[in-house]
Design a protein. Structure first.
Length: 324
């Protein structure tokens, strides 16, 4: 006959008897019968080969062996409790660390607001925000240094997993009293001979702008270059020239810098998106953050003046959504 093996029911009955001091009370606490508890204790004593209790009539008291065995059982249950706590932390993303990145405009605005909302639901997750230019941010994500990023893409997607949120068209920004401010929409021909504040030569936006002006046969009159939207708008408001910029930066800077904003054609689309490492499997933590960041992006971009006109519909099949 196979030897009987110790089960959780045996240990549960033993702990209950030790705590209650009697088989009857232990049975009541376990919602079972006294004979069942007595049978489990007898089986446990047979399996361990230890007299776990001293019996004197109806009185029951733990033996020395029983107390030593109980100490070992308690240690095992402490380990079990720690496993339960660990499972609870995993369910709540406890002790997790999330590294997210964005270009400065997004890092200090949309990304920070997304992190704040995410932390409200997952307070135990440590979130680190990193800010850098678009090439640096893409490098952080593609290498796995950062778990996710909010980004604006003007060209082909980088070597990362792209979760498109929304596409909008870039806008023209002008000094407040510029003669072209009377135009409803600007074209490359309108900017012939007009001082222009450009993005840096190495940037994707600059490459797109150069291509559009080259195709139109218009040579730009570049008077300054700047990598940050805030710097571009400051130079524009100071009268150094006009520029083309993503609408988020333009409308945000218009709150502090006196500039005019006008549509521009042909369209210079900018994709607002979430980036993930190319080989990264998005777990529940990343799915939760991604959903939060997407919601914040859509909410914030919807507040831009003329957002419906600036938004470019995308095919639902690739996971993108249009702003309506």
């Amino acid at each position: 006959m196979a030897q009987r093996r110790m089960t959780f029911r045996h240990i549960e009955a033993f702990r209950a008897v030790m705590a209650a001091g009697s088989m009857t009370e232990a049975a009541r606490q376990l919602h079972t019968s006294q004979p069942q508890v007595t049978r489990l204790i007898a089986q446990l004593e047979a399996m361990t080969g230890l007299p776990l209790f001293d019996r004197s009539g109806s009185r029951l008291s733990p033996s020395l062996d029983g107390m030593r065995f109980h100490a070992e059982v308690d240690r095992a249950f402490v380990g079990l409790t720690s496993l339960e706590a660990a499972a609870a932390r995993i369910r709540a993303f406890g002790a997790e660390r999330l590294r997210v990145a964005a270009m400065p405009r997004l890092a200090g605005g949309l990304l920070a607001r997304a992190v704040a909302r995410f932390k409200a639901d997952h307070p135990d997750v440590i979130v680190a925000i990193h800010a850098g230019d678009d090439e640096t941010v893409n490098g952080w994500v593609s290498s796995g240094f950062c778990d996710a990023a909010l980004t604006m893409i003007y060209s082909d997607a980088p070597d990362s997993r792209l979760d498109h949120v929304l596409t909008m068209d870039c806008v023209a920004v002008l000094p407040p009293d510029h003669p072209l401010g009377t135009r409803a929409c600007l074209k490359p021909e309108d900017l012939r001979g007009i001082p222009f504040v450009a993005s840096p030569l190495a940037s994707a936006l600059r490459a797109r702008i150069d291509a559009v002006f080259h195709e139109a046969g218009v040579e730009m009159t570049i008077t300054a270059e700047a990598g940050l939207g805030a710097a571009i708008c400051t130079l524009v408001s100071a009268g150094l020239g006009v520029s083309l910029l993503n609408p988020l930066a333009a409308y945000e800077e218009a709150k502090v810098s006196p500039i005019l904003i006008r549509p521009f054609a042909p369209a210079l689309p900018v994709r607002f998106a979430l980036l993930f490492p190319p080989d990264h499997t998005r777990d529940r933590l990343m799915q939760a953050f991604g959903a939060c960041a997407r919601a914040i992006l859509l909410e914030e971009l919807a507040r831009l003046p003329g957002a419906a006109a600036l938004a470019v519909p995308e095919a639902i099949g690739n996971g993108s959504r249009a702003l309506v």
